[in-house]
Ligand binder design. Structure first.
Ligand code: TNX
Length: 493
């Protein structure tokens, strides 16, 4: 009798303070594939997690129907994503209780990427860790780390130490968009091999693969400043202080250049276990090669008819070198120009066009179109009046980032080559870390939703509401800068 009494009392107490289930929202970003809400509430801590062989590696089930949260993941990664979802539900808890739900979820794309340029401006390991945290919050799984550029080389090399002594530093930076100017402030830095290994491990704990990018043959002047014998003219060269596309690139007529690149890739492969290595390939003017006796001799010897084919020859040499180590290459869409091997993955940046062409030929593709996913571009049309900081130009608002269709105009057979999508953060005009986060957030949430569940997208208005509910409080708690144009009434775009 006493037992029954106490049960009733406890039950009554419970009813008096428990929230009504109708008060509980279940906003999740990215939108789960399947989400059902039931009457009632559940305890907000995870009661159990387990790994189930029946699910795909990144898949998970979050089930709180019993009043306690049970999580099943296809692997540790699936459990990790379930816990990220649970964090969002907890933000919506009332009196410590979350909604009773059944969520069955898995990503649509295997490659969900974010890129960071640590060359135009150097950001150290703590910042890179923060970037990875930001990616993890959005269930992204591939960090594309841009490590070499005209304006700075950031990869410590044991074999070529002048890269960190000379190539990592520049004598000033052009002011705003005044070409020819120089602020006179020495800028630079690099990641030690230990630091890069730490980043790889930190990312792996968050189920993120790090893909390093070593640019070739263009965007290489910083390396040439230290090793001028690897250029067509022999230099001298200086680490660039101005942005843009520069004529001096690696001389691929010289065997020493090929050896240098292979040696660097040996070191890169020791640090980065990723299946893919990004070899750049973009914006490489071939004027110097036209005038260079070594490049012309190479073309003759190899039976190449154009300088574009010479770049393809380089790609093939490097691709084969990496293949022997069990690695594959990714390159920007320019690698298509002189012909590309079918094993190369193409990263399409000049709109989705190059990606469509590559996928139609049978190459795997990552879509990273500048008109949707260049987050260094402005976020609103009237950027200046709206108080946005100086940016490179262009304009990609949240709505635009949310509207990308990775499969547009592609038939079934070709679609399977689209492995995923990626947002890029180039940092010419971003010298402060806050500027990176301000530009990523909230646009990265749109990229995340398209990458995770492009077919399950809701209306844009619903998406914005979910971001406000499930992510913005987390941005605030982390102290991250974010742009709020989409959350204002009326919205500014
Ligand atoms: C083009 S995207 C570049 C970068 C610039 C970027 C600025 C790509 C492969 N090359 O070197 O930083 O535009 O938006």
């Amino acid at each position: 009798m006493r037992r029954i009494f106490s049960f009733i009392v406890a039950g009554a107490a419970f009813c008096a303070c428990a929230p009504k289930s109708a008060e509980l929202t279940v906003a999740v970003v990215p939108q789960p594939v399947k989400i059902q809400q039931f009457e009632g509430t559940a305890k907000s801590t995870a009661a159990s997690t387990k790994i189930s062989g029946r699910l795909a590696a990144e898949e998970y089930i979050l089930d709180s129907r019993s009043g306690r949260v049970k999580i099943i993941g296809g692997s540790e990664a699936g459990v990790f994503y379930a816990l990220k979802t649970l964090e969002q539900l907890r933000l919506q808890a009332v009196d410590g209780r979350i909604a009773r739900v059944l969520i069955k979820d898995k990503p649509q794309f295997s490659y969900r990427g974010a890129h960071l340029d640590c060359c135009r401006h150097f950001f150290g390991v703590d910042r890179v860790r923060e970037f990875i945290d930001m990616m993890a919050m959005h269930k992204l799984n591939t960090f594309h780390w841009h490590l070499t550029e005209d304006q700075g080389w950031r990869f410590e090399s044991r074999k070529y130490p002048k890269l960190q002594e000379i190539s990592a530093w520049r004598n000033g930076t052009m002011k705003e968009q005044e070409w020819g100017s120089n602020d006179g402030i020495r800028h630079g830095g690099y990641f030690t091999q230990e630091e890069m290994k730490e980043i790889v491990a930190y990312a792996a704990e968050r189920h993120i693969t790090v893909i390093p990018e070593i640019e070739m043959p263009g965007h290489a002047i910083a390396a040439l400043a230290a090793y001028p014998e690897l250029g067509c003219t022999g230099g001298p060269y200086e680490v660039c202080t101005q942005w843009g596309v520069h004529s001096d690139i690696f001389c691929v007529g010289k065997d020493a250049t090929i050896r240098f690149l292979e040696d660097i890739l040996d070191e890169v492969c020791e640090i980065f276990p990723s299946e893919y290595i990004h070899i750049g390939g973009d914006e490489a003017p071939r004027d110097r090669w036209k005038e260079c006796p070594d490049c012309q001799a190479r073309m003759k010897a190899e039976g190449l008819e154009s300088e574009a084919e010479l770049q393809s020859w380089l790609n093939l040499v490097i691709e084969k070198y990496l293949a022997d180590k069990g690695r594959k290459i990714i390159g920007w869409d320019e690698i298509l120009e002189g012909g590309v091997s079918e094993d190369a993955t193409v990263m399409s940046w000049r709109g989705p066009k190059g990606g469509k062409a590559a996928a139609s030929k049978g190459n795997d593709v990552i879509m990273s179109p500048n008109n949707y996913y260049y987050f260094d571009y402005y976020q609103t049309e009237g950027a200046m009046e709206n108080g946005e900081p100086l940016s490179i130009g262009g304009h990609v608002n949240l709505r635009q980032a949310y509207s990308f269709d990775p499969f547009e105009d592609l038939d079934e057979e070709v679609r399977r080559h689209i492995k995923g999508i990626q947002a890029n953060m180039w940092t010419e005009y971003i010298s402060e870390w806050d500027g990176v986060m301000y530009r990523e957030l909230p646009r990265i949430s749109a990229l995340a939703e398209v990458a995770w569940n492009s077919d399950g997208r809701t209306s844009y208005e619903d998406f914005v509401k979910r971001v406000e509910t499930a992510l913005v409080p987390q941005y605030k708690a982390e102290g991250w800068s974010y742009a709020d144009f989409a959350f204002r009434t009326p919205e500014i775009d």
